[in-house]
Design a protein around this ligand. Sequence first.
Ligand code: ARG
Length: 300
Amino acid sequence: MSANLYRSIGDLKGFSLKNCPPMSEPSGVLMCPPDHFQILSVKNPFMSSHVGAVDRDKARRQWDELVAAFEKAGCPVSLVPATPGLEDMVFAANSSLAGTRPDGEKVALLSSMRHTSRRKETEAFGAWYEANGYRVARLKPGGHETFEGSGDAVWHPGKRLIWGGHGFRTDPAMFEQVAEIFKTPVIQLKLVNERFYHLDTCFCPLTPEAVLIYPSAFDAASLELILKIFPIVITSSESDAVSRMACNASVWRSKTAIIQKGAAAAAGHMRAMGLSVVEVDTSEFVKSGGSVYCMKQSLF
Ligand code: ARG
């Protein structure tokens, strides 16, 4: 196994967060308007009772408010135009992973999506990256392995370290390529509960030291890894995690957390950590299994 991949605490010999080089904070986010957002088929348990049930006008208002919340937090928002026929493109986290390499080069790795209906999203995002100063990297051709970008690959705040989730949408073998492309170690976490099908549904770093998780989404070895690396591990209640996708909050530069409204316990923990908390309503998107975090891609 490559020295850059960690799957259990036994692999961590010699690894510590303190020794991870610093990594620049995101410079902004990339989002895609919900012009063609719909629920056409069931790709995750959230969607099962909502086929055909999106209120498109309400979704648009909620998305506009989310854009305004990012901007008010001081986070610049860039936009990719929505492609007709791509009903999940509003979930901008999934079709790529953006970041920098240690030499400062900006790279965007395009995903290999599990569902055929989402596969064309990657090229639309790729065109945006090419026009905006990123080198676009692609996974090696061949095989049927999948990788769903920032949905399953989460940068540790301020550190050259990626947390990689697998089990439902991303194949663990892909993290070897992720580690190589970004020249960054990857700590792998196995997801075992299909309601938490992407890492960003159950794992939300708040600061370099603190993370909010939904514990039963992970296997035991993964929980040990999280507890070993983060000095502060906060757990979400089941109702916040399931009904309000609290762990899919997005934290801007360890200062402002933007979170689905009504996740009272999670928001309280965030305030106790010194974050300012902005509540938004993403209910139309939660029907599809996504909230704040996955409606944007972090840019660097
Ligand atoms: N309906 C989308 C899907 O199942 C939702 C994706 C939400 N993204 C996320 N990173 N959680 O693919």
